[in-house]
Design a protein around this ligand. Sequence first.
Ligand code: ARG
Length: 415
Amino acid sequence: MTNKRLVLAYSGGLDTSVAVKWIQEEWGYEVVALAVDVGQEPHADAAYWNAIKQRALSAGAIEARVVDAREEYASRYVANAIKANALYEGKYPLVSSLSRPVITRHLVAAARDVNADAVAHGCTGKGNDQVRFEVSLRTLAPDLEVLAPVRVWGFSRADSIAYAKRFGIPITASLEKPYSVDENIVGRAVECGAMEDPWNAPPDDIYERTSAVSDAPKGILECVIGFERGTPVTLDGVPTPLHLMLPELDAMIGAYGFGRVDMVENRRVGIKSREVYECPGALALILAHADLESITLERDVMREKSRLETRWAETVYDGLWYSPLREAFDAFIESTQKHVTGEVRLQLQPGQCVVVGRRAERGLYDYRLATYESDDAFRHEDAAGFVRLWGLSVETWSKRQRVEEPAVPAPNRIS
Ligand code: ARG
């Protein structure tokens, strides 16, 4: 009889390292550890990933793999989020929500490759990421069993550290920094510790991609983002693929102390949770993209799109990346992006990133219609009749049905 085999989504952190061993001990699977590079460590090199692989092997994995999914992640997932100006609950640029679907794709590919019977992830039972992994897995590979050891073992953080020590699993975690962090090229998400009281200001030591505003450079810096059909393609005129542009922007814009989001959000599982994000590059790109749309999208398309943007973000947040609804939203959004090509000027100041200019060859901004100068081409004579008809319906209502409001009290005249 051959051994049962499983592919584990491996991060190199405490929980997934313990999981490698625990799954073998308790459930009897051979474990293949798969780490997916989605840009979680902006300065990662071959040595970094080798250390992660070694850790998985020391924890007892029969094989450890790393796949570089940064380009695919940026071009097929993150680019769509930018086109959708996606901000969950108006604030959160979907850091973790976007990476789970691409990680899942690679889990399934690896599971097929090694003939696995099951896959596993290291999510807890309280979060959104279990929802995203499992719903995606059910969609892409309903035949694979999905296991969630962290949901079953009931370890506290101290228990996990003790388990790792007992089995000689090398870990870097200690009890001092109690944060749970998830990151990728879109940004960092940090929770737990003192932040569990939503009244507490986030501790200073949680930040890695943004400086305090007081440490920002004093002057003003400008940069120009170029877009093609809604996708960011150049930085200051230099063609730059999105997976490389985001880390560059994070460094440049994060230094100005822009890009922090502190919020209490509604998780899919019904819990309100406090989370702090740092996403300078992603927030700047959404800001710039939405601004470019203001001169390239026809008014009614823009209004309709903005209604869908909220739903797009909710759909992806809720784990439904692989769904006909997200596909249909993206088909609509893609069709709106045909002329979202142009450039946006961003200005950085301590604590701020603002748009100060935009231009597009096929933009809809018509100087001769907008100007108040002498070369005005607007037909002023059309306005009076248009306004009269626009208001005709409510004028009629007012005459026949409107209930008179109490009279405005007479003002105390001074003179
Ligand atoms: N709340 C975010 C989401 O659901 C991030 C989840 C992971 N956060 C973390 N700090 N581990 O998308």
